[in-house]
Design a protein around this ligand. Sequence first.
Ligand code: AFP
Length: 300
Amino acid sequence: MSTRHSRLPSEMTVERIVRTVAETSLDVREGLAGRRGYEDEENPSGEKQLAADLWADELFEERLLAIESVAAYASEERSGVVEADRTANGDGRYHVAIDPLDGSSNLRTNNTMGVILAVYDSPLPARGRDLVASAFVLFGPLTTMVVAVDGSVTEYVLERGSGGVEMRTVTEELTLPDEPTIYGFGGRVPNWTADFEAYVREVERELKLRYGGAMIADVNQVLVYGGVFAYPGLESHPKGKLRLQFEGNPVGHIIETAGGRSSNGERSLLDVPPERIHQRVPVHVGNTGLIDRLEAALDG
Ligand code: AFP
């Protein structure tokens, strides 16, 4: 959040949204045990839902829609946008999109997972350029939160304090290292396009493989060690697996704010036209040189 002391009301609201997600994420993390079972329903993307997915989604919806300037809430786990019944004087400026549990299939294996937040100042589905803030909370050995707002990326450790969540700053002005070290690519080799596979064969000779099945954990490795993460368009699914509103835009915003690049294979994810809430998009993020090479390879 801005370090300026004379904060504008809108900045205070964005800060309140970020803090609400931080605090709720701690509650979600503490409530995961006992919610590892699958529900009968599927989410709008046709994926199985854990009890934890639905429970986390309800918590975020309740707490975010209670914030005066939040006009609407959308989540990977529900089909439509929930409008705030704003009768108060809220200016209804912000539209929030949440992935309440990114990497939830890692719950059974006790691997890293977390929460993705996108705060747009236009109705959903929105363009990535309309993001005013984006963040992810990572349930790792520590609970950390990476936030892109006001043109910079900050990493916090989240802890319970006497007055609620304490966001302890650990890295300010976070930027990708100049020299890339790791790569992680989703999908399956037989399902990759020939052009993408040719790119992989180059990159895998230069970098180390790091892929854990939760995008935000893999992207955090790119932020710290430099490199590239992709869940590309596949032969069977040309738009890939990840959703633009809840995954592509916020992660693209964070990586670009940290000095890297994002791409759907042709252009920045932030310039992909929004069509539907759950539209999928090929996601490639990382060091600029690696993304430039990827776009050249896919243009082959
Ligand atoms: P889940 O939330 O169902 O575990 O999916 C996680 C995810 O959306 C994203 O976080 C990962 O990068 C990607 O899917 C992993 O997909 P694969 O399981 O196909 O590798």
